[in-house]
Design a protein around this ligand. Structure first.
Ligand SMILES: Nc1nc2c(c(=O)[nH]1)N[C@H]1C(S)=C(S)[C@@H](COP(=O)(O)OP(=O)(O)OC[C@H]3O[C@@H](n4cnc5c(N)ncnc54)[C@H](O)[C@@H]3O)O[C@H]1N2
Ligand code: MOO
Length: 399
């Protein structure tokens, strides 16, 4: 099945779930959370016209006088004070961010003015109405929708919400996600390796990916290649979590118990996608709980999480934007082997060209560590150096 179709089905399955409950969070805790409700402003920002410069506020009507003999300074307005109306024929000393007094409509910065003996101020350069004035509501208009439900809150979004005086937002409660590593060969780092064993790396990749997304991780350790234990563990986890993510055991070997357990006692909705790495990716259900079965090869685990699991989880959380951003850049190498699956290569950008970051075997993870993103090669495609390719930076995929 093509990746686009699999993704569509996966997202439809995510959208069919009940939405996660809403919880109120203070802004300091809301980074990366997904807004459950739109944010509207009750106020204009800025709430009043104010000065963009340290200098002198005046009425344009007094410009000729200001440039000839100068104007007396009738008040001093610092940020945080409320001014009185400007007397005609005078100017006000004013500072950046201070409210413009009624009657003034322009500010000249102090570098373009001179203080005369007797306290008058003469402008050295003309100003016109509106110069160096930040208009009321130029940033936000009262009543205007600011952020839509489904927005993933970035630092600047938190700042905008704060700028309209709101200190709490309604966001979707994170999902409880179990991470299960399968395979008799797996040993946790820190332990000695016996012959035939390898260290469990997927557990750490997956926990990191989920933590980066702000989800609640239930670390379910290593599951042996044994059908009865697989069934028991899935049964037990299905009572505790919203989603189960597994790595390994979804291919066609006898020891691939996960797929077997799902087929026998649960349901398999998706299996075998035209994606490389990651072909045996599986979406199933066990006791009604979704099981996302990722292929055990470490690069396949990473790629299928980023391309399939992440959009699935974001959809469960009501996010408006779930697609990974892709940028078109020239390739720095040739790709002459057209594949039958859509391929994701571990890559980085060097002098504006996309380069391979090392060995692309799905068992090799260190090239992902050297990469700064993924290069997408559609099925059946080849390219030459200089041809445009799609590069998906990790910055748009992680978190
Ligand atoms: N006869 C076939 N064999 C395979 C096929 C196929 O179509 N026919 N597909 C291959 C592809 S493609 C992939 S991808 C893998 C996926 O297999 P599984 O998901 O069943 O994964 P395992 O067999 O359990 O493991 C694969 C590989 O990854 C290592 N691994 C597993 N878990 C971890 C972990 N937590 N940390 C580090 N490394 C892990 C495992 O030792 C294996 O080397 O199947 C191909 N075979
Ligand atoms: O789909 Mo697999 O990850 O190519 O080896």
């Amino acid at each position: 099945m093509p990746v686009a179709e699999a993704l569509q089905r996966l997202l439809a399955s995510a959208a069919a779930h009940q939405q996660q409950p809403v919880r109120a969070l203070s802004l300091t805790d809301a980074l990366d959370q997904i807004l459950a409700e739109p944010v509207c402003s009750a106020i204009d920002v800025p709430p009043w016209d104010n000065s963009a410069m340290d200098g002198y506020a005046l009425a344009e009507a007094d410009l000729a006088q200001a440039m000839a003999d100068g104007l007396p300074v009738s008040q001093r307005i610092t940020a945080g004070v409320a001014p009185v109306a400007l007397q005609p024929g005078t100017c006000a000393r004013i500072f950046t961010g201070a409210p413009l007094p009624a009657g003034a409509n322009a500010v000249q910065m102090q570098e373009n003015a001179e203080l005369l003996a007797g306290g008058r101020v003469r402008l050295l350069e003309p100003v016109a109405a509106g110069d160096n004035v930040r208009r009321q509501a130029q940033d936000v208009v009262a009543g205007q929708p600011l952020l839509a439900a489904g927005t993933r809150l970035r630092p600047q979004d938190l700042g905008v919400i704060a700028s309209v005086g709101i200190d709490q937002v309604g966001v979707r409660t994170p999902l409880r996600v179990a991470v299960v590593s399968t395979g008799d060969e797996l040993v946790e780092p820190g332990q000695p390796l016996s012959p035939g064993q390898i260290y469990n790396s997927n557990r750490f990749t997956l926990i990191g990916l989920l933590q980066g997304m702000g989800q609640t991780v239930v670390d379910a350790g290593i599951l042996p290649d044994d059908l009865a234990s697989t069934r028991d563990r899935l049964q037990q986890l299905a009572r505790q979590v919203d989603v189960i993510i597994t790595s390994g055991g979804v291919s066609v070997g006898e020891a691939d118990c996960l797929g077997q357990a799902l087929r026998e006692a649960g349901e398999v909705a998706l299996w075998k996608l035209a994606i490389k790495p990651g072909k045996p990716f599986t979406l199933g259900h066990y006791a009604g709980v979704p099981v996302l079965g990722l292929p055990g090869n470490p690069a396949a685990t990473l790629v299928t999480f980023l391309l399939l699991v992440r959009p699935y989880l974001l959809t469960r959380l009501g996010a408006a934007e779930v697609a990974a951003p892709a940028y078109t850049l020239p390739a720095g190498f040739a790709w002459s082997r057209a594949g039958s699956r859509e391929e994701y290569l571990r890559a980085h950008v060097e002098d504006g060209r996309v380069m391979l970051s090392g060995n692309q075997s799905s068992g090799v993870l260190s090239s992902a560590s050297r990469a700064s993103g993924l290069l997408r090669v559609p099925a059946g495609q080849t390219f030459s150096p200089g041809d445009l390719v799609a590069f998906l930076p990790f910055s748009g995929l992680l978190g």
